[in-house]
Design a protein around this ligand. Structure first.
Ligand SMILES: C[S@@+](CC[C@H](N)C(=O)[O-])C[C@H]1O[C@@H](n2cnc3c(N)ncnc32)[C@H](O)[C@@H]1O
Length: 288
């Protein structure tokens, strides 16, 4: 990916996410999902993905992500933060800004750009409501040390009551947090990199540390090396989380002829974005 220019940032502005952060949800249709395959750019991006696949990625994408050493320039990080807002619409994020939410986990947080957006969302809602806020801890956890380093360097709390911290930890193992420590957890692009065995261990741990609800963004298309799970709502239900909102979104907005992403970062893959809540979540008095 090249260094994004001012024009690239201006192009992202035309996607209308500031006015409508849920634009991707409205943009999706099954018909457009079919028609993607007439789009040269989509076909080319898929072909390039297949041609460039490393055997290590296909064999074990989790190990690949764990070991990837990937420093990132601030400008690229800023661009990706805004770019990825398209396919991470803030579904049910209003709950994060409620006065009784105090701790949020971003599991598999990568470089912390989604974590930063959550913090900005909460601070923005508080300000809109004329509310001074209450102490809130937002914690990003990732197994990859270099991603955690990026997140620590590049994120910044947008509000004096919000603390942003990042820890290196493997979510297939016991995390250093008590049961129901977090009100909510996000898993953005984490489950898709996990094989079935690690997927179950991560869900066990997410369940243990999260009291009230989960936000998930995950690949739905078949894409070699990753693990789409169309039955995710049913699986989450087995873990005690009932899906209350679920949407399909494209990874990027596109036209018949090509893409509206000036950097052509990804193909027009389809993802699911969902929020699932625990109907039996323990009372606040029992948790704090
Ligand atoms: C596709 S990236 C998504 C990163 C970020 N959430 C985002 O939306 O940009 C998947 C992330 O999951 C992390 N990951 C994979 N397995 C993990 C595990 N067992 N525990 C914690 N993080 C893990 C990887 O290191 C990587 O940063």
């Amino acid at each position: 990916m090249r260094i994004p220019t001012t024009e690239d940032f201006a192009e992202l502005e035309t996607w209308g996410l500031v006015e409508n952060p849920r634009a991707a949800i409205e943009d999706y249709s099954e018909e457009r999902a079919e028609r993607r395959w007439d789009n040269d750019r989509h076909r080319r991006a898929h072909r390039e993905h297949d041609e460039n696949l490393s055997p290590e990625f296909v064999a074990d994408s989790q190990a690949y992500y764990r070991e990837l050493e990937r420093p990132i320039d601030r400008r690229k990080w800023e661009f990706l933060k805004r770019r990825k807002a398209w396919f991470h619409p803030p579904v049910e994020w209003g709950r994060f800004a409620s006065p009784d939410a105090c701790r949020i986990l971003d599991l598999g947080c990568g470089d912390g750009d989604v974590t930063q957006r959550v913090a900005e969302f909460v601070a923005g809602r508080w300000t809109q409501a004329g509310y001074d806020g209450a102490p809130m801890e937002i914690v990003g956890v990732d197994v990859n040390e270099s991603r955690v380093r990026n997140a620590r360097k590049l994120t910044e709390s947008p509000h004096e009551k919000i603390t942003l911290t990042f820890e290196r930890a493997d979510a297939t193992e016991r995390l250093d947090f008590g049961d129901d420590f977090f009100d909510y957890a996000l898993m953005a692009g984490l489950l898709e990199v996990l094989d079935d065995e690690t997927f179950e261990s991560v869900l066990d741990e997410a369940r243990r540390v999260t009291a009230r609800g989960l936000y998930v963004r995950d690949l739905l298309d078949e894409y070699e090396g990753l693990h789409p799970r169309p039955n995710l709502p049913e699986t989450l239900s087995e873990y005690g989380f009932e899906t209350v909102a679920r949407h399909e979104v494209f990874e990027e907005p596109f036209t018949e002829e090509g893409t509206r992403d000036p950097l052509e970062v990804w193909p027009m893959n389809v993802h699911q974005v969902l929020f699932a809540e625990n109907p039996d979540s323990p009372s606040l008095a029992d948790r704090y």
